[in-house]
Design a protein. Structure first.
Length: 110
């Protein structure tokens, strides 16, 4: 019985640690990524642009359109051109907008 109990405790400990590791891994989805999925991914799947295919989120197209910094991305979110939804601060806070912009720069850098 003691052996069963000890084995159970060890097994539960390992499962807890693995579960904690998985939770930490799930936590790795950044705030920016989660917000991007919520607000942007419908129109920008995989960094593309369903409204204007020449203006993707990929580095080459961003550079061609002079969108190179996180601030540039936030400005575009706040005052977009035709075909893009305007995201004011009442919809996406400044902190969240920066997180999305950083996610875009990190993810769509090719």
């Amino acid at each position: 019985m003691k052996r069963f109990f000890a084995t159970s405790v060890v097994a539960l400990s390992i499962c807890s640690l693995l579960g904690f590791g998985l939770a930490k891994g799930a936590e790795k989805e950044s705030l920016g990524e989660a917000l991007f999925k919520k607000h942007c991914a419908v129109c920008h799947p995989d960094g593309s642009n369903i409204a204007n295919p020449q203006k993707t989120l990929h580095a080459k197209d961003r550079a061609a359109n002079k969108i190179v910094t996180a601030d540039d991305i936030v400005k575009l979110m706040r005052n977009p051109g035709p075909g893009m939804v305007k995201f004011g601060e009442q919809v996406i806070s400044e902190k969240d907008a920066k997180a999305i912009a950083e996610y875009i720069l990190k993810t769509f850098n090719k």
